[in-house]
Design a protein around this ligand. Structure first.
Ligand code: C5P
Length: 405
């Protein structure tokens, strides 16, 4: 296990997302980490030190001026003895304090005293997250080397206030922790790999577009898994509701043409993995104004034209990456279609998956894939998308092993 023997200091800030930190403790524990917890005073309004202590089986540190705790461990030791400090939830207040060097309670004193890496999982109201002050603080913290995971978009505790500010899920935070503390050999270091992920949006008019059900989960997981093996990963993502993976440079695009341009601009690369569900067609022209529903006219006729096939373009490119991997999402004749795609698109491998509604693959968390190449078909068992990603990354690393970096 990547986190075996690793010590993590978890700082729990005062926000409703603090309840998820209890789950985070379990997730990190399952992965072999030992966890010590500091709670701010505000955090204790949301979860109790008793509950946290029951999960860590350790003293929970809450007070900078607790004579006993200071004598036994002390805030300087807390700051030094960890391999990583995780702040979850990282409130606007905690971010502001560290960005400005304030240290008037145990959590902020530890953060200022440490030389260890710090990972923050922000959680706050979307207005607070988008406030210029918080944006400034985040930029300062990033410059100082603090890493971030999330926040995600979605429903907030205040029901009416959906937006960006939800704390990343415990599993995402655990994955970010693993990525930061992973000291296994990195077979893909020195390799540049381009990954596409998510759907594309093809505009009809300023308010309408054509899209599909791709969530980006599989592509993002692959990008993250490749980065964990040391690759310099450039992820070109269509519009998705999930967070940018940690350790990856993400380029956000809307349309197939933008995705195509972004991918071209990232060549040369050692490998390219085309996971995105790119729209095959787009409306021939985008109306400048919203198309009005006029009485008696009936629905407008949409004239469609073909989008560039990004995979095929790169598969036959003069600067083709050494390894080109495509995906084939099919609802019928899976293997025959995948094999045909190999040839037509110039791919070395096609990862074929059945996306019939009954499989729940589109948007779901699990996947069952077959790796199709000229030399045959390799069937993988049903796995989580994260596990598919890890296996595919290892597979790519194996294939690149014999080429010069
Ligand atoms: O032909 P089909 O869309 O099923 O091919 C799927 C594969 O091709 C995927 O790897 C997808 O990312 C890629 N693709 C692409 N550009 C398109 C259409 C598909 O890169 N316009």
């Amino acid at each position: 296990m990547i986190l075996s023997g690793k010590r993590i200091l978890l700082i729990i800030g005062g926000g409703i997302a603090a309840y998820k930190s209890l789950d985070l403790i379990r997730r990190l524990g399952e992965r072999g980490a030992s966890i010590r917890v500091v709670m701010t005073e505000a955090a204790q309004h949301f979860v109790t030190p008793l509950a946290v202590g029951a999960l860590t089986a350790d003293h929970v540190f809450t007070d900078l001026f607790d004579r006993q705790a200071e004598q036994d461990v002390g805030h300087i030791r807390l700051a030094r003895e960890a391999n990583l400090i995780v702040v979850a939830p990282a409130t606007a207040d905690l971010m502001a304090k560290l960005a400005n060097g304030l240290a008037n309670d145990l959590a902020s004193a530890v953060l200022l005293a440490t030389e260890r890496p710090v990972l923050m999982a922000p959680a706050m109201n979307p207005k607070m997250w988008s406030h210029p002050a918080t944006r400034r603080n985040r930029a300062t913290l990033e410059k100082d080397g603090v890493r971030f995971v999330g926040p995600n978009k979605g429903e907030m505790a205040e029901k009416a206030e959906a937006g960006e500010g939800r704390m990343a899920e415990p599993l995402e935070i655990a994955a970010a922790v693993e990525a930061l503390l992973d000291d296994r050999p990195k077979p893909l270091s020195g390799r540049r790999i381009v990954v596409t992920s998510g759907p594309t949006h093809e505009p009809i008019d300023p308010v309408r577009y054509i899209a599909n059900r791709s969530s980006g989960k599989q592509g993002h997981a692959i990008a993250a898994a490749l980065a964990r093996l040391g690759a310099d990963v450039r992820l070109v993502s269509g519009p998705v509701a999930i967070a940018d993976p940690t350790g990856v440079t993400t380029i956000h695009v809307q349309t197939a043409r933008e995705m195509n341009d972004a991918v071209e601009s990232l060549l040369p690369a050692d490998a390219a993995v085309f996971v995105a569900a790119v729209a095959d067609w787009r409306p021939e022209s985008e109306a400048g104004e919203k198309i009005k529903k006029a009485d008696g006219d009936g629905p407008p006729q949409l004239s469609m034209i073909e989008n560039p096939d990004i995979l095929a373009g790169i598969g036959h490119h003069s600067r083709r990456p050494y390894l080109v991997v495509g995906f084939a999402a099919e609802t019928q004749n899976l293997l025959a279609n995948a094999a045909a795609k190999l040839e037509k698109k110039g791919a070395d491998f096609v990862v074929a998956n059945d996306v019939s509604a009954a499989t729940g693959v589109m948007g779901g968390d699990r996947n069952r894939v077959k790796i199709v190449s000229k030399s045959g078909v390799d069937e993988w068992p049903e796995l989580s998308k994260a596990e598919v990603a890890v296996r595919l990354a290892a597979f790519i690393a194996e294939r690149l092993k014999t080429t010069a970096v």
